[in-house]
Write a new protein. Sequence first.
Length: 750
Amino acid sequence: MAEFMELEGQDGVRMAWNVVPGTKQEASNCVVPVSAIYTPIKPFPSMPVLPYAPLRCRNCRSVLNPFSIVDFTAKIWICPFCFQRNHFPPHYASISDENLPAELFPQYTTIEYQSPGEASSLPPVFMFVVDTSIIEEEMAFLKSALTQAIGLLPDNSLVGLITFGTLVHVHELGFSTIPKTYAFKGSKDVSKDQLLEQMGFFLNKPKPSTGVIAGARDGLSSESIARFLLPASDCEFALNSILEELQKDPWPIPVDQRASRCTSTALSVAASLLGACVPGSGARIMAFIGGPSTEGPGAIVSKNLSEPIRSHKDLDKDSAPHYHKAVKFYEALAKQLVHQGHVLDLFACALDQVGVAELKVAVERTGGLVVLAESFGHSVFKDSLRCVFQSEDKDLGLSSNGIFEINCSKDIKVQGILGPCASLEKGSTSAWKLCGLDQATSLCLIFEIVKTDIPDATVQSSNQFYFQFLTYYQHSTGEMRLRVTTLSRRWVAGPGSIQDLIAGFDQEAAAVVMARLVSFKMEIEAEFDPIRWLDKTLIHICSRFGDYQKDSPSSFSLSPRFSIFPQFMFHLRRSQFVQVFNNSPDETAYFRMILNRENVANSVVMIQPSLISYSFQSVPEPALLDVAAIAADRILLLDSYFTIVIFHGSTIAQWRKAGYHNQPEHQAFAQLLLAPRDDSDAIIKDRFPIPRLVICDQHGSQARFLLAKLNPSATYNSEGHHPGGDIIFTDDVSFGVFLDHLQRLAVNKI
Ligand SMILES: [Zn+2]
């Protein structure tokens, strides 16, 4: 695995197959698709940023790279993608094998170009959209978090404020002396024209002729824009005083009803306002939502409390009355935002569901951030929001206006991307828009091998496939950058290629690709059976790449390259991505959105949590994710990505309750208690959104957060379990049983 991580350290790429099956048939026999997880703007401190424009192949437009063959005498380079011969322009005249430009250095397979003329003068824009249909206590938490966030905004950024409950209020920030708002009815969607009309954008000017998209370029004066979007440094006072005065939605709520909350109308107003004022700039709508949407086209439930909010069962039976309408609304909103180049960030904080499942499409297609917490007072929300703006501790590197393109050798083509982006549907070229992206954003690229036959050995041809990933984006400093990553992978075909394929298999990357694929299929394919699909895939893989004598399960073994893949699939089957019925649709949408944007290492933790054991007997050591890891005199630290659990065995808990750690003679015990806290702090510091921390004791109610993730090797129906340990109340099969079945099926397959 180390060499795969090294490649990731150079290019931000992990591929499931690092030796590529060379034909369509070979690829289909490999079951796991030829695929890559790519982090387009992963920071590389030693990566050069070139202050000039890239050289492009005049035939296929791919960018000059270290795999290009260069003829220094003739001053010609041959494109590895289309074999076109290209002349170097005059300013490359001094090129020689001793005088290479950086883009031809073999180690710079990932490089950036910065176009000097293109630095954007457009400041970042933040449009806060704030739910006021929440209880006073939540209102106070939210106000305090927003006040803090406003204090952290970059001075040059533009800020706007919309609040909503029964009505939508757009706040004018330009005149701090007389607070003024424009109100819109929550039940009706407002078109951009109506919005502009009502807000007096055309008071002193004739309205532009219909059919023209209104925007800064066609008629909106900067004065009228400045009424709603002000530099953070100028409006901090006005904003803070509005927030201070902000009341919860004043409309009375009958006891048998939910609060009136027009989330979708508010978001639509925000999108249209940004579309009119700052089209094409890196603007973010930051939505703070404290309960279910009950009003307008995106409502997820009626106001009547006797109607429950949709569950997975309702969605499964297609009996959620508002779901399709709301999703359709947010699909249209996504389209509008992508067209405008704007991002929707979602901070959903409530005990109830708020509609993350419906909103998902708009957040994901625009590359927005998502945070789900129980309350605006919870650290998961507060600390995550702080991370968005505070750059000393942790820089998310929020960037905008991204376009992602792929070039490949002609025998391979990209089939699709799973990740936070939107297809540009640009005909034959492969391009996607990333309205918002950050240093962690990771795309899953699925490739298709087009070649159907193995070329005749007498025909001279390369046995390398080339891939080039191009990301244009607006760097957080405002300048436009182009990141170019060019890769080459050897392909194999025919008899004898199996050992090469095995040697190039990255089981972690493969597990993550399978997790994204299974989540995607569960969402779009009706009647899809995820367990059956995963099991079939795994059995195929094992029977193709395992070592065994036919019909002899005991002879079965897997190369170290594959050895933990079955375990990943076992945990994936049990994970929140597949066992959705244990969660709400909002939670499932949230987990999948995060899976869909994270890198391999983080995603592996979501699939198979890590467990560390602390005791007096040894230094902290990794423990098997099994109920057998529990012991009375141990502390366990479970990291399941979204939740971190510190679990005290019963003896440890007793000692702690007795206060031993406060006694000078029990320094060692104090240290033991502290060690997992320090380690969890380090994990939390590196992660966005901030995970939930649960500290619990054996046999306590919170212990379920740990038990749910452990392999049930000892359950109430297995014979005797060891003393001081624990058992899990479940009928799930244990990993041992799962592996037995797998070996039996794999050896009988062919
Ligand atoms: Zn070319």
